[in-house]
Design a protein around this ligand. Structure first.
Ligand code: NDP
Ligand SMILES: CC[C@](O)(C(C)=O)C(=O)O
Ligand code: MG
Ligand code: MG
Length: 344
């Protein structure tokens, strides 16, 4: 079995006395910056002027330009959207990196697909949390953590592996488990997971279920509770104890339906489609398409996003969640509250 490392296996001293620049203060950025600070590390945040800058300052960070943060830091973690990293790297990070610095990523996309070619005299590694940034923060505050992968692309100081592990520990990942990977493996598995299972697969499954019920004349509210709201409750059981734990809690009728009908929906044909998705990722076809989509000002991305937000499941869900105060406020609503607070 692959060796999974935990807090007691990791020396944090290698990061002591080093300054860490967190470039970007979005989903991952705010979580890394706050967790590392609370783990006793020295953090500076690198940003352009704007809404994230205000938020990071509100959270008590010293915020400087990306160029200045890179100059000040020993370890530079790039937490910008993948599609903006190359331009910011070329303009502000590369000219300010010093020999022996560490250039770090939370996803291998730009190194693996050669969009960023780092200088030969810096360490390059990744620490990739296997979870959304807001949960990296929330679980850390709860005394837990989100697991992470680490991988070294270039080790000029001889310390790259120890630095990666100490960084992973600083964000709370070693409470859950840290394991070694390569940039290739992290990039390809992460893209596959989000496209075929966690995001693309899940939203398509939920919508197909909702549409099947509503098109058959059932109430949209019933379909929403059945196909989306209850998903979280079922997934919590999977998270806590795997398939067996979920099946322990559901009725025998549901478990029999799981066995006989699940494979009618997700079957060898679906796996064949998953294999096609993986092939496109491995061949660089997905990456090329995403880079071109950004060069074309995201016409398809924006149109699809607007259409998705108008789906009936979203409208019904918004109304139903208003009536369930115990359901957590959506993250983008919280962000609006922060912005209102900053402007007032
Ligand atoms: N989201 C996630 O949970 C996960 C992400 N990752 C990886 O982490 C990295 C960061 O992703 P994520 O956290 O989603 O990114 P976000 O989209 O949340 O990052 C947005 C941040 O980047 C800043 N930013 C955007 N463009 C620029 C620019 N040109 N110059 C300076 N700052 C800029 C924004 O500032 P402003 O407010 O000024 O626009 C904001 O602070 C990616 O490599 C991603 O693949 C890995 C695991 C999970
Ligand atoms: C599942 C999506 C993800 O890979 C993540 C949160 O891990 C991402 O890129 O946001
Ligand atoms: Mg991921
Ligand atoms: Mg990802």
């Amino acid at each position: 079995m692959t060796k999974v490392l935990y807090d007691q296996d990791i020396q944090k001293e290698v990061l002591q006395g080093k300054k860490i620049a967190i470039v970007g203060y979005g989903s991952q950025g705010h979580a890394h910056a706050q967790n590392l600070r609370e783990s006793g590390h020295d953090v500076v945040v690198g940003l352009r002027p704007g809404k994230s800058q205000q938020k990071a300052e509100e959270d008590g960070f010293q915020v400087v330009s990306v160029a200045e943060a890179t100059k000040q830091a020993d370890v530079v973690m790039v937490l910008l959207p993948d599609e903006h990293q190359t331009a910011v790297y070329e303009e502000s990070i590369k000219p300010n990196l010093q020999a022996g610095n560490a250039l770090v990523f939370a996803h291998g996309f730009n190194i693996h697909f050669s969009q960023i070619v780092p200088p030969a005299d810096v360490d390059v590694f990744l620490v990739a949390p296997k979870g959304p940034g807001h949960l990296v923060r929330r679980t850390y505050e709860e005394g837990a953590g989100v697991p992470a992968l680490y991988g070294v692309y270039q080790d000029v100081t001889g310390d790259a592996t120890e630095l990666a592990l100490a960084y992973a520990q600083g964000i709370g990942a070693a409470r859950a488990g840290v394991l070694e990977t390569s940039f290739q493996e992290e990039t390809e598995t992460d893209l596959f997971g989000e496209q075929a299972v966690l995001c693309g697969g899940l939203t398509s499954l939920v919508k197909a279920g909702f549409e099947t019920l509503t098109e058959a004349g059932y109430q949209p509210e019933v379909a929403y509770f059945e196909c989306l709201h209850e998903m979280k409750l079922i997934v919590d059981l999977l998270y806590e104890g795997g398939l067996e734990n979920m099946r322990y809690s559901i009725s025998d009728t549901a478990q029999w339906g799981d066995f006989v009908s699940g494979p009618r929906v997700i079957n060898e044909e679906t796996k064949g489609r998953m294999k096609e998705v993986l092939d496109d990722i491995q061949a660089g076809k997905f990456a090329k398409g995403w880079i071109l989509e950004n060069q074309a000002n995201r016409a398809q991305f924006n149109a699809t996003n607007a259409k998705e937000n108008q789906h009936q499941i979203e409208k019904v869900g918004r109304e139903l969640r208003e009536l369930m105060p115990f359901v957590k406020q959506p993250l983008q609503e919280k962000q609006k509250d922060v912005k209102a607070h900053v402007t007032n």
